[in-house]
Design a protein around this ligand. Structure first.
Ligand SMILES: NC(=O)c1ccc[n+]([C@@H]2O[C@H](COP(=O)([O-])OP(=O)(O)OC[C@H]3O[C@@H](n4cnc5c(N)ncnc54)[C@H](O)[C@@H]3O)[C@@H](O)[C@H]2O)c1
Ligand SMILES: [Zn+2]
Ligand SMILES: [Zn+2]
Length: 345
């Protein structure tokens, strides 16, 4: 089969690889019908995730059709259409029993990281019963690819950890796919204001179309002052960080209101300065974490009911065999006006 293979920092190759097979009775092999590229794949290609070895097939998102199941798989059979979670979980270990699937002792984020991933014609999914979700008949597969990673991430690590409440003022710093997923799912809770902060006017325009009440371009002027001005000097109840650099974490520290929450979603490569000398007296809460995907079934129901339209995040489509072209577009997201790209076969 063909797959997108990591060849060490900066290098990738659309190459021939052996067909994955069932290795444990709880495995399934899935034929990928749709997959996508994540910002994290770009981090890997930059060499930021050194545990990813030369030869690894990338990708941790996708939907497909079950091709083969091990003797221990109970919930799925050959021919079933499935959504693949970016987090693999055994369902049995101490962490899984607490709902912290991202720390599963025999799983977690392993796809396209520690084992071969979904940017391929076929993928092996360990612990299939607890790591795949059945796709109901007639549902749009493209929309569901957004449920593998970015929607649970924006919702669980941004909206839920940030404790967005009705009437709140919320600021989301970073209008990439993850920030926009937080924007879409924050609206379940009817906040009064959602202020989106980014450097890219196109993404801010998209954010307004997706329900942001106000936008701030942080490349022009001081974004902290701009957000304080929009909130009568009080700041926001919830500041969601969806970039992963010191500058944007600083914006969140500067705009969080008394009693507010900073929900950090971004993956940071460098340490940040925590301004405890200013924040201690403001009764704030700071949260962070890796997505657990415990909300996937609930999000799937909101998509089925038409309350959530994740398809809006898709801007480009390519056949899977053109994945290198798709990477070029995704790597130049601002110029290409790209959010999520779909690869299909
Ligand atoms: N915690 C988790 O479990 C988890 C899961 C998935 C992704 N992530 C992380 O979430 C973050 C966002 O992911 P994404 O795919 O949306 O990334 P992305 O790169 O597509 O989006 C980041 C956005 O931040 C904007 N930005 C950059 N510098 C800025 C600044 N100084 N001020 C304001 N905006 C700025 C960019 O213009 C871009 O729109 C990444 O760090 C990613 O690794 C975390
Ligand atoms: Zn991802
Ligand atoms: Zn487990």
């Amino acid at each position: 089969m063909k797959a997108l293979v990591y060849r060490g920092p900066v290098r990738k190759e659309w190459a021939d690889r052996p067909m994955p097979t069932v290795q444990a009775p709880t495995d399934a092999v899935v034929r990928i019908t749709k997959t996508t590229i994540c910002g994290t794949d770009l981090h890997i290609l930059k060499g930021d995730v050194p545990e990813v070895v030369d030869g690894r097939i990338l990708g941790h998102e996708g939907v497909g059709i079950v091709e083969e199941v091990g003797a221990g798989v109970r919930n799925f059979k050959v021919g079933d259409r499935v959504l693949i979670s970016c987090v693999t979980s055994c369902g049995k270990c101490e962490y899984c029993k607490k709902g912290m699937y991202s720390h599963c002792e025999d799983g977690g984020w392993i796809l396209g990281h520690l084992i071969d991933g979904t940017q391929a014609e076929y993928v092996r999914i360990p612990h299939a019963d607890t790591s795949l979700y059945p796709i109901p008949e007639g549902l749009d597969e493209e929309a569901l690819v957004m449920l593998s990673d970015i929607l649970p991430t924006g919702f669980e690590v941004g909206v839920l950890k940030g404790k967005v409440q009705p009437g709140d003022s919320v600021a989301i710093v970073g209008a990439g796919p993850v920030g926009l997923a937080a924007l879409l799912t924050a609206q379940f809770y009817s906040p009064a204001e959602i202020i989106m902060v980014d450097l890219d006017d196109n993404r801010l325009e998209v954010a307004r179309a997706f329900g942001a009440t106000k936008t701030v371009n942080s490349s022009r002027g001081n974004p902290v002052e701009a957000v304080l001005e929009l909130t009568e000097g009080k700041g926001v109840n919830v500041a969601i960080e969806a970039v992963g650099i010191p500058a944007t974490f600083d914006i969140c520290q500067g705009i969080v209101a008394v009693g507010g929450h900073i929900a950090n979603v971004g993956v940071h490569g460098k340490s940040v300065n925590l301004h405890l000398e200013k924040l201690w007296i403001r009764n704030i809460t700071l949260t962070t974490g890796l997505v657990d995907t415990y909300s996937t079934s609930m999000l799937l129901k909101t998509v089925i009911a038409g309350k959530l339209e994740p398809k809006k995040l898709i801007t480009h489509r390519f056949p899977l065999s053109d994945i290198e072209k798709a990477y070029d577009v995704f790597e130049n997201a601002a110029k290409e006006r790209a959010l999520k790209v779909i690869l299909y076969q």
